[in-house]
Design a protein. Structure first.
Length: 136
């Protein structure tokens, strides 16, 4: 059920032998993530439960879910980019059906994140699901 963009990330991760290379890729994805307009970095868009500051802003057009995001941490920015690849472009009513944990397990992301970042990842996924459910 993953998007083509997420499948591309999975393929890229498969070519990397060790986690240091994968970690570098996550950081690179974070560097390429466009910044969020500072006017959107408000309490209403902030994700609670993350050690870093994280903001997610949904964009639903014609029943299709997309979100923009940003963080003050480069690794977390990379995680946001991965979540965008997983969720952006999905019909809003299907967002809740995506098993993020299973999809992310394909790239073994949670295995190599700190406990705080893993909790933050789960908070981001919960927020994405909630935003989509509210829009559906």
């Amino acid at each position: 059920m993953a998007t083509e963009a997420f499948e591309n990330i999975v393929e890229d991760f498969e070519f990397l032998d060790d986690w240091e290379d994968r970690y570098a890729m996550v950081i690179d994805l974070g560097k390429r993530l466009p910044g969020l307009d500072p006017a959107l970095k408000v309490p209403a868009t902030k994700v609670e439960g993350c050690a870093s500051q994280v903001w997610l802003v949904p964009r639903i057009e014609n029943g299709v879910f997309r979100f923009e995001g940003d963080s003050d941490g480069m690794i977390v920015r990379g995680v946001i980019a991965i979540l965008q690849a997983l969720y952006n472009g999905v019909p809003v009513e299907e967002v809740g059906r995506i098993d993020a944990q299973a999809e992310l397990a394909r790239i073994r992301l949670e295995e190599h994140l700190s406990g705080q970042r893993t909790n933050g990842l789960r908070s981001m996924v919960e927020r994405i699901r909630k935003l989509a459910a509210e829009a559906a």
